[in-house]
Write a protein that binds this ligand. Structure first.
Ligand code: HEM
Length: 133
C-alpha cells in the first residue's frame, strides 16, 4: 500500500510524484527558455530528465516482471504510453548528452509535446490501475 490512498504500492506513488515534479520542472524550464535564461533552462531540464530516469527504474521493472500484466489488462493506452514514453525519455537523454538530436526550437517543442503526452497517458494508467475507491 502506498501513501496516496489508492491501491498503488509506494514505488508507483513515488514514481507518480517524481514524474509530476519532473513535468513541472520541464514547464519551468520552458518559461526560463522563453525569458532567454538558458542557464536555468538547462539546469531544470537536466533535473527533469534525471527524475524521468529514476522513475524509469520502477516503470521498466513493473513492465518486465509483468507486475500488472498491463498489456493484457489495459491494452492500447499502455502500449501508447510505453512507445511515446520511450521516445520522450530517450530524446530527453540525448538532449542532455548533446548527442544525435540538434537543439533546435522545433525539436525541443516536439520532445516537450511527447513528454506531455507520455505524462498524460501515465496518469491515465495510474488511475486505471490503482484508483478503485
Ligand atoms: C517521459 C517519459 C515518461 C513519463 C512522463 C511517464 C509517466 C508515467 C506516470 C506518471 C506513471 C504513473 C505512475 C506509476 O504507476 O508508476 C507511469 C506508469 C508507467 N509507465 Fe511511464 N512514463 C514515461 C516513460 C515510460 C517508459 C519509457 C516506459 C517503458 C518501460 C514506461 C512504462 C510505464 C509503466 C509500465 C507504468 C505502470 C507502472 C506501475 O505498475 O505502476 N513509462 N508513467
Amino acid at each position: 500500500m502506498g501513501f496516496l490512498g489508492t491501491e498503488a504500492n509506494q514505488f508507483a506513488d513515488i514514481t507518480l510524484i517524481a514524474q509530476a515534479a519532473g513535468y513541472l520542472l520541464l514547464i519551468l524550464g520552458v518559461v526560463f527558455a522563453k525569458k532567454s535564461n538558458l542557464k536555468q533552462h538547462i539546469r531544470l531540464t537536466q533535473f527533469a530528465v534525471m527524475l524521468g530516469l529514476i522513475s524509469f527504474l520502477w516503470m521498466s521493472y513493473s513492465l518486465l516482471l509483468g507486475y500488472q500484466s498491463f498489456l493484457f489488462s489495459l491494452g492500447l493506452p499502455a502500449v501508447i504510453h510505453i512507445v511515446i514514453g520511450i521516445l520522450a525519455l530517450s530524446s530527453g537523454i540525448l538532449f542532455v548528452l548533446n548527442k544525435f538530436i540538434k537543439k533546435t526550437r522545433t525539436n525541443m517543442r516536439t520532445v516537450f509535446l511527447l513528454w506531455t503526452f507520455a505524462w498524460t497517458m501515465g496518469v491515465i494508467l495510474y488511475y486505471s490501475l490503482y484508483y478503485n475507491i
